[in-house]
Design a protein around this ligand. Structure first.
Ligand SMILES: [Zn+2]
Length: 113
């Protein structure tokens, strides 16, 4: 239940942010999930309602923004990676050891009531 613990930590971060803004309830939140973050968006969506029960996020609408993996090819610069090929440039097949984006798991937006 990897995604359940992720849902709980997102709720903790969202609650903290909400308190900083003096809000009483979160009505919607957007989370950015990288293709390479090993988080399954569907599983997170499924785990969220139960995790949010009894918190200021109960009943909040969870939106997930999927972020594709982008690697840094020595020849081609930033290239969009294909998960099944691993960290390799899809054009020239050179290794792209630096992941520029795609491993994020972060709270992007909060809507407060
Ligand atoms: Zn390349």
């Amino acid at each position: 239940m990897h995604e359940a613990s992720i849902a709980l930590s997102l709720i903790a971060v969202a609650t903290e942010t909400m308190l900083e803004h003096g809000g009483g309830r979160v009505s919607a939140l957007t989370v950015r999930i990288g293709q390479w973050s090993a988080v399954v968006p569907e599983a997170l969506q499924a785990a969220f309602p139960a995790a949010a029960e009894g918190t200021p996020l109960e009943g909040a609408c969870l939106s997930i923004v999927f972020v594709p993996g982008v690697g840094d090819c020595p020849t081609h610069g930033p290239v969009e990676l294909e998960l099944r090929r691993g960290l390799r440039c899809p054009v020239c097949d050179l290794p792209t050891p630096t992941l520029l984006q795609g491993d994020e798991l972060e709270l992007d937006e909060l809507e407060l009531d």
